[in-house]
Design a protein around this ligand. Structure first.
Ligand SMILES: Cc1cc2nc3c(=O)[nH]c(=O)nc-3n(C[C@H](O)[C@H](O)[C@H](O)COP(=O)(O)OP(=O)(O)OC[C@H]3O[C@@H](n4cnc5c(N)ncnc54)[C@H](O)[C@@H]3O)c2cc1C
Length: 364
């Protein structure tokens, strides 16, 4: 705790920044980047509770995707066609922005194309019947033709998405923070904000700081700081040890996007399954739910038919922030305080776009 800041600290380190961003994930870091591009002379500080941006941005699966047909059909039931089409377009625009801003090489971007596989025949028929409609709607919305097509993969009926890709999420965030450091943005890691009011934050250790403007970019952790309709959702992921001749190459979805897997080198990354324990997984506490893990292991053995003897090398959880209709919340809470949260499991795709919208549309 900084009990008695020195003159030097007060004048050079702790003087109120023009912009203080709480949360150094893709949204907070990208807000800092776009803001600094707009106001190069301004003093920008990011503060994050983790040693790394340890919410979702370095704990996700790295799918650079606009979503699968079954996911879109389920979402249309909840939010309506217009909202879902605009969201798909935002995902697409966000991915272009990400690729342009950081560069495909830096992201280790791979244009893999993505498959949604089905084990439920009726569900497949229902989705297949909607391929033409989805393609037509997306052509009108985004001007891209023939995104989805019928295929088979490893014996399963599948729908291929030709514009899907994958990135290295860890690299993405590291490069983003390297750029920020070079631009003079300071990031205070391991510095948790306990409360916030207008243009003042109080850190966990009681230290208080003012800033001209504050943006909360804490996604699923926002209920700890402000009353906004975002629920945390924990996601589980594991990566196997190398598996020789792994037949699953590329990126894959299953069950409305609740299960996802991809090949990284000759290892399989498999994640999701929180829909089998939705209530327990509505939490912002990291941890591994044995039921979800068991479900995914069963999926790997009996649906993906991984060869006997495969083992998990590393497993982790990440925290997402979900809104009722999956639309992110960008909102001014008080005259000098904004929030950009509730990325609803799509932040690799829409994170930078949301950050750009914050910096473009808000009066700083
Ligand atoms: C398992 C999993 C898989 C996913 N897969 C994909 C995918 O394949 N494709 C895709 O598009 N999206 C995916 N996502 C979603 C995506 O990762 C998120 O939407 C995105 O990273 C959200 O970014 P963010 O910056 O809003 O939040 P975060 O990355 O969570 O960043 C918020 C930051 O705020 C910090 N913080 C929180 N509270 C405080 C506080 N009080 N004081 C200081 N700091 C604080 C946290 O430490 C964290 O670093 C996945 C998410 C998970 C969890």
């Amino acid at each position: 705790m900084i009990q008695f800041p020195s003159y030097w600290e007060r004048e050079e380190w702790l003087n109120p920044p023009d912009l203080l961003i709480v949360g150094g994930g893709i949204v907070g870091a990208s807000i800092a980047l776009f803001y600094k591009n707009k106001y190069p002379g301004h003093n920008v500080v990011i503060t994050d509770k983790g040693f790394t941006p340890e919410g979702a941005s370095t704990r996700n699966a790295g799918f650079a995707c606009i979503g699968s047909v079954s996911e879109h059909l389920a979402d249309i039931q909840i939010s309506g066609e217009d909202t879902v089409l605009k969201r798909i377009e935002r995902r697409w625009t966000g991915l272009q922005l990400l690729r342009e801003t950081l560069g495909e090489h830096a992201l280790e971007y791979r244009n893999t194309g993505g498959f949604e596989i089905f084990t439920d025949h009726e569900k497949f028929i229902q989705c297949r019947e909607n391929i033409g409609l989805m393609n037509e709607l997306l052509k009108r919305q985004m001007g891209i033709e023939g995104i989805y097509s019928e295929k088979t993969y490893c014996g399963y009926p599948a729908i291929f998405n030709r514009v899907e890709g994958a990135v290295n999420s860890g690299r993405m965030m590291r490069i983003l923070h390297d750029i920020l450091a070079k631009a003079g943005v300071r990031t205070w890691w391991n510095s948790e904000v306990k409360s916030v009011k207008s243009n003042r934050v109080v850190f966990n250790d009681g230290f208080e700081m003012h800033a001209d403007k504050i943006v909360l970019a804490v996604n699923g952790f926002i209920p700890r700081l402000a009353k906004l309709p975002v629920k945390p959702a924990r996601g589980y992921v594991f990566v196997t040890k190398p598996i020789p001749n792994l037949p699953w190459t590329g990126t894959f979805h299953y069950d409305e996007g609740y299960v996802y897997f991809r090949n990284i080198g000759n290892r399989l990354l498999l994640g999701g399954g929180r829909n089998i324990a939705k209530e327990e997984e509505t939490t912002d506490v990291f941890g591994i739910n044995p039921a979800v893990k068991k479900y995914l292991i069963h999926f790997a053995d009996h649906v993906l038919n991984l060869p006997k003897g495969w083992v998990i090398d590393i497993e982790w959880s990440g925290i997402m922030g979900m809104t009722g209709n999956k639309e992110p919340i960008i909102k001014q809470l008080e005259p000098e305080l904004w929030a950009a949260v509730g990325l609803s499991g799509m932040g690799v795709a829409i994170g930078m776009q949301v950050a750009k919208e914050v910096v473009d549309s808000l009066e700083f």
